[in-house]
Design a protein around this ligand. Sequence first.
Ligand code: NAD
Length: 278
Amino acid sequence: NQVPAVRLNNGTSMPQLGYGVWQVPDSEAKKAVSTALEAGYRSVDTAAVYGNERGTGKALAASGIPREELFVTTKLWNGSKQRWGRDETLRAFDESLGKLRLDHVDLYLIHWPRPMRDDFLTIWKTFEEIAASGRARAVGVSNFRPEDLERLREVSPLVPAVNQIELHPLFPQAGLRALHASLGIATEAWSPLGQGKELLGLPAVVAVAAKHGRSAAQVVLRWHLQLGNVVIPKSVTPSRIRENLDVFGFELDAEDLAALDALGAGGHRIGPDPAVFD
Ligand code: NAD
């Protein structure tokens, strides 16, 4: 397949485009992930809290694709009314591996910083152990703010390989992207299509799509790829799963990129604010 690889700061590579499975029920995950793998995706983004690691694991096992060609991400759900320590973290990681039927994942992320709990430093120290054991080829974070990344830097020599954040033309995250670049952290965009709502119908997006004879989703994905973001669009519709991967046969020019960049000025989050999400 034509998906470029992004080199992470520990030397491993990650496909720049993968398949996200948030909101796919476990009973449908095997079918959806199988469709994506057949279409040519090799990277899958799940999380303990999505409740579909089992279905995802079934699809990975049934695919017959060699493990080294797959890139599997899951995330620690550090949220059950307690502060998470080393034991809870290791137990949760074991559970995820078991459900996925894997002996290692390619990327393990802290799902949210939950700064009010003040436990992500302990979790990160445990992630260092997990990384050292080889059971996660890379470790990273999700929804971390600049101040959260700074706190990690104070306690750990291990720089997150990735920060997976809400990012799309309506919420372009210029500040975090620049910070990531300076720290050697790859930027991964969640809800890259803005959850398929308002964004894909905006006149600016529709106009760029018409100019290239492509769909709105495809030009938004191109915008991400040309910025250097890793993207993980989600769909359960086979034609859209394929469409979202078919984004390597054209390029946006400076004018198109500027038209999409301009949407950021009036932009806003769709998802929760990491400062208060618990
Ligand atoms: P998305 O931006 O990928 O949008 C998905 C929705 O867009 C689909 O449900 C569908 O309605 C629509 N869509 C998809 N392809 C389309 C197409 N070609 N044409 C028209 N409409 C299309 O939203 P998402 O699922 O929120 O984000 C993607 C992935 O990011 C998730 O599945 C998950 O893996 C990850 N994620 C992570 C976090 C986090 O906190 N780390 C939060 C949200 C999502």
